[in-house]
Write a protein that binds this ligand. Structure first.
Ligand code: SAH
Length: 465
């Protein structure tokens, strides 16, 4: 079984630091079910590939206690794909051989371990119970580009059709620890099998390795169910834990605190009025409010007849419930109800529901995203959803000195992962526009102070024809 991981990050040989394996050496590891070898088929500054080769002891496997596999036919022990395909054996090997990289630790290049870099992983043979559709439904929402080659059951007998095996390449700009984590969890999920007994300890692993991406994954339930080998009790327990964590986190992201800081100048109201005006001017009829929070912008949009279809999306279930209440959704006349829709979703995942809109507002949201996830957000919005107009606002950190009730050195909200200066924001937005074929212009929002700028900065992106 072969897994290769490549990068074109420059210098690409830094992959050796991230994996804690020197590119010029071959290293071997003893595992309970065979041996793992790590080597680099290519290692130069432009491109570097590390290979993890698993040599599973096929004779040893037949001596393992019966009942470990669900394959249930007389010769199952002798006609087995286990030594040759990506399975839970590979996940164990990843954890054992690339343990530090999996956890995002890197002594020599700590900042690189935190950086999203171009990565691809190729699995020579991956069994997919559920076929290519499931394979894509698992990896694409995480931002991966997936390339597959379906393997015939037997090339000598084409009439037998296709097997459940694929050669798969996944590519993404992400942290190495994310790539390894996704493989670690999703390989056994696709295989829908495990070589060991599954109990509560498996929930621990899911929660440890999946806590920051599983809760918002559209296939969360089937991932959890398959990972826990369809044990109903464990599955319910794991799903409840994920849900609890999600609620805790979104609770922290309530907006009251931020509004307190900004309220003296009524900034929220000014911001939403300006955004509504821009959306009207660009002629949009079908609009998205991404990270809609408690629905204040949605209310303004609903009051404008120009907007025929209004969609609010937020990662927080709680915020959406509040939005629904604020809109008095249940009491709206049918005609109004038809114009507006709310759903839960995350900007960290590619989402088909976001395609085909004229414009999107992303108001005071990006600063809530982890910086390394920003690259995924960019693709989700500008490459996949790609509305004609994007109106995006974020705090201008230079203005923070003007907020008397904000302690020096603090962000405006404890959930903010960053706040940018005007230069930082404009440089980011310029790069995004160029990469995805948009033009961008900037507008200040709120009272502009000399040398400091406005409290809120806004970028309006327009897709080139
Ligand atoms: N746009 C609203 C709310 C801003 S607060 C307004 O201006 O009033 C930020 C919002 O972004 C919160 O509701 C939070 O739940 C949401 N959010 C944070 N991360 C998100 C993500 N990955 N996907 C979608 N929404 C997210």
């Amino acid at each position: 079984m072969l897994l290769t991981i490549s990068t074109t990050y420059s210098p690409a040989t830094d992959l050796g630091y991230l994996l804690h394996k020197h590119p010029s050496r071959i290293q071997s590891f003893e595992l309970s079910f065979g041996q793992a070898h790590v080597f680099y088929p290519e290692a130069n500054t432009e491109r570097c590939t590390a290979a993890l080769l698993l040599d599973v002891d096929s004779i040893g496997l037949t001596r393992r206690p019966r009942g470990q596999f669900t394959e249930n036919f007389a010769l199952a022990q002798y006609v087995s794909d286990r030594p040759y395909v990506a399975s839970s054996f590979l996940s164990v090997a990843i954890a054992r051989v690339f343990g530090s990289a999996l956890s995002g630790r890197c002594k020599e290049r700590p900042e690189l371990a935190e950086t999203a870099i171009p990565l691809s992983a190729k699995l020579a043979i991956l069994p997919c119970r559920g076929g290519e559709k499931l394979l894509r439904r698992l990896f694409e929402p995480l931002g991966y580009t997936v390339t597959t080659e379906h393997q015939a059951l037997d090339t000598q007998f084409p009439q037998w059709g296709q097997s459940r095996y694929f050669t798969v390449t996944i590519e993404n700009i992400c942290r190495l620890s994310e790539l390894l984590t996704h493989l670690y969890i999703l390989i056994p999920v696709l295989d829908d099998e495990k070589h060991y007994w599954v109990d509560e300890a498996e929930i621990e692993k899911l929660s440890k390795r999946g806590s920051d991406w599983l809760a918002a994954h559209p296939e969360q339930e089937s991932i959890v169910r398959r990972y826990l080998k369809h044990q109903q009790r464990l599955t319910s327990q794991a799903l409840a834990q994920l849900c609890e964590k999600d609620n805790q986190e979104t609770n922290e992201a309530t907006q009251a605190e931020e509004e307190q800081v900004e309220e003296r100048i009524g900034l929220n109201e000014i911001r939403l009025t300006v955004v509504t005006e821009i959306l009207k001017q660009c002629g949009a009829k079908r609009v998205l409010d991404l990270g809609c929070g408690e629905g204040k912008l949605l209310r303004k949009l609903l009051a404008e007849r120009q907007f025929e279809e209004i969609v609010g999306m937020d990662v927080s279930h709680r915020a959406l419930k509040t939005a629904q209440k604020r809109l008095q959704y249940d009491r709206l006349p049918e005609k109004q109800k038809e114009r507006i829709r709310l759903f839960q979703g995350s900007l960290g995942y590619r989402d088909k529901r976001l395609g085909g809109y004229d414009a999107a507002a992303v108001v005071e949201v990006i600063e809530h995203l982890d910086l390394p996830r920003l690259a995924v957000f960019e693709r989700v919005l500008f490459e996949y959803a790609c509305p004609r107009t994007v109106v995006l606002t974020t705090p201008n950190i230079e203005y923070n000195v003007k907020f008397e009730n904000l302690q020096a050195g603090y962000f405006r909200h404890k959930d903010h992962r960053f706040e940018w200066t005007r230069d930082e924001f404009q440089s980011w937005a310029g790069k995004v526009a160029e990469r995805f074929g948009y033009t961008v212009v900037f507008h200040p929002i709120g009272p502009t102070v000399e040398d400091i700028g406005p409290p809120t900065q806004m970028a309006v992106f327009t897709r080139k024809a």
